[in-house]
Design a protein around this ligand. Structure first.
Ligand code: NAP
Length: 462
């Protein structure tokens, strides 16, 4: 994929970027390794201050940065502003909490049991970490790697998606101008085919990838071969289960948001809706009405709820899933037709009657398409939810405590949200199980993924 900014609203290529030459890439790798050697020795308070400076600058530039995000990938300007605000919060969170996360921890409070005067775990940086990132939250996805990694004393190399080069370059500039030492965070303008070379380079210690399953498989294979740590945040097809005790007005409001957030292109969008049969008819009526009321249009327009999909191939994929399902007997309650005209718009769509013969039943639809089923019980909903290969987020709507407990215990997902939609917060861990990947981002857990938990044992005095 060529590295370029292309407007999802018009399809026009706005700016092309040259890939790094082999010599330029080698230079960046050498610089990263040199930076890692000294950056690891900087103090945590210094690093926290640089993160604060980055937050301050981003706060001043929120409007222009949000505009850049909307221009490159088509999310609404309002959503872009929310994304930038989350980045500011993430930077401040790690600046405030990072020093505590990095304190030595007792390995065993009773060190005498292991014959020592003292034992503790010292969390130390591992060096240069490669981050391969997607376009869908072009600032936040990269920031949730960068803020904890830099706070931890690691050095970052960002290979961002080829359609968001302006966001990628902005991040390098942001950290440099915030005062971080030279080359502590660099952007690599390279195609995905060159990720292997970077990951196999002995100067690179580990990798994190957020993206599709094929990309994750490829990076994990290389990392495994090189015996390097890897974190994978891959696709999702989150279930959204609605039980009779819930307030349907509230649940349908959130269901629409959960499916259409980010123009329907988020790994944690709710994509499969399992509704108890006793309330299925009113749920579907309200859900379809609210999905149908969303305004699709220019993402810079304040009235717009859903902008275009980010790429032409992304829209083809979404349309292909719907055509496959309809061809095999699914019922379209709303949408389902690609509009004429420029840009990569796709309308909010609701389908029922989706069966295992249809591709969307097993895969991820990265656009505003909801699948709804009526189910006889929570147990049936959980069986269906857990039958899916992905296990990222999950949602239950109920006022019943026993149902909540059953869901929390049984749902096979990295995150379980009750009476709210799945979202990411710097304060709590984020990640999936099964084919949604492994490892955690955010919170103290995310920071420690790329640290050496060094066990220290100090013997009794002579
Ligand atoms: P993608 O095609 O996998 O691209 C993601 C990144 O991986 C891009 O930087 C891409 O570079 C690179 N890449 C692609 N193929 C690669 C390969 N074989 N080896 C190394 N790098 C490779 O995914 P996408 O379509 O941009 O993003 C959508 C997917 O990301 C969805 O499945 C979504 O669910 C997932 N996602 C997951 C999370 C999470 O936290 N679990 C969050 C957001 C998105 P190029 O752009 O140059 O191809």
């Amino acid at each position: 994929m060529a590295i370029a900014t292309t407007s999802p609203v018009t399809g026009e290529v706005l700016r092309r970027y040259e890939e790094l030459t082999p010599e330029e890439l080698e230079d960046k790798l050498a610089r990263a390794a040199a930076a890692a050697a000294s950056y690891r020795l900087t103090g945590v308070e210094e690093r926290a201050a640089w993160l604060q400076h980055a937050a301050e600058r981003l706060e001043k530039e929120i409007e222009s940065v949000s505009r850049m995000i909307t221009t490159e990938m088509g999310k609404t300007f309002r959503a872009a502003e929310e994304e930038v605000a989350k980045c500011i919060h993430g930077l401040r969170f790690y600046a405030a909490e990072g020093p505590a996360f990095l304190r030595d921890m007792d390995a065993d409070a009773d060190a005498g049991r292991v014959g020592a005067k003292q034992t503790f775990v010292s969390h130390q940086p591992i060096g240069v970490v490669l981050a391969v990132m997607p376009w869908n939250l072009p600032l936040w996805q990269a920031m949730r790697f960068a803020a904890p990694a830099l706070m931890a004393g690691n050095v970052g190399l960002l290979k961002h998606a080829s359609n968001v080069p302006q966001c990628a370059l902005y991040l390098e500039e942001l950290f440099r101008d915030a005062g971080f030492p030279q080359d502590v965070f660099q952007t690599l303008l390279i195609s995905s085919g060159r990720v292997e070379q970077v990951l196999r380079d002995p100067r690179v210690a580990a990798a994190t990838l957020t993206g599709s399953e094929p990309a994750g498989r490829s990076v994990a294979t290389i990392a495994g071969n090189e015996i390097k740590k890897v974190v994978l945040e891959l696709g999702g097809s989150d279930p959204f289960i609605v039980m009779p005790s819930t307030d349907l007005e509230r649940a349908t409001d959130v269901a629409v948001k959960a499916r259409c957030l980010n123009n329907g292109q988020s790994c944690i969008n709710a994509k499969r809706f399992y509704v108890h049969q006793d309330i299925a008819d009113p749920f579907i009526e309200m859900f379809v009405a609210k999905m149908g009321a969303l305004v699709v249009g220019d993402p810079m327009d304040e009235a717009t709820d859903v902008g275009p999909l980010a790429t032409e191939s992304g829209r083809q994929d979404v349309a292909g899933y719907v055509e496959d399902a309809v061809g095999k007997g699914a019922t379209v309650l709303l949408g389902g037709e690609r509009p004429d005209g420029p840009g990569w718009f796709y309308p909010p769509t609701v389908l029922t009657g989706v069966t295992p013969q249809m591709r969307m039943y097993h895969e991820e639809v990265f656009g505003p398409v909801a699948q709804v089923w009526a189910v006889p019980s929570l147990e049936d909903a959980l069986r269906e939810a857990n039958g899916h290969p992905y296990g990222l987020g999950s949602n239950l709507w109920t006022e019943d405590e026993a149902e909540r407990e059953l869901f929390v215990r049984d749902v096979q997902s990295g995150m379980a949200f009750v009476n709210g939609n799945t979202t990411s917060y710097p304060e709590i861990p984020f990640g999936g199980v099964k084919r949604s990947g492994f490892g955690r981002e955010l919170s103290d857990l995310g920071m420690r993924e790329f640290m050496n938990a060094k066990t220290v044992w100090i013997g009794q005095d002579a």
